[in-house]
Design a protein around this ligand. Sequence first.
Ligand SMILES: [Zn+2]
Length: 100
Amino acid sequence: MNTLKKITCCCRKAIFLVERKHTEGIAVMDEIRLLIHLKDCPVCRIFQEQSLLIDCMMKRNQKFLKDKRINLSDDFKNNLKGLIQDKLVQKTGVMGDTVL
Ligand SMILES: [Zn+2]
């Protein structure tokens, strides 16, 4: 096996490295393997671009949900509890002391 083949990696490994790079980080040697693979593999380059885009959208969505506090009113919560209790009674025929 020549040196270049030892350094490069297959698509499966490249996809693993792309994902791991974004979550935990990868070693320098793996970074080099990935760069060499991405240089010659358009499919994995597209995967990396899409993965970055999805990560970016997820982070933006998490920030949006953190910033926007959703508070339900007590009336809404009580109405919801009543609806759930009614549905339970309809399905089971049992009226219980459900703690919601
Ligand atoms: Zn590939």
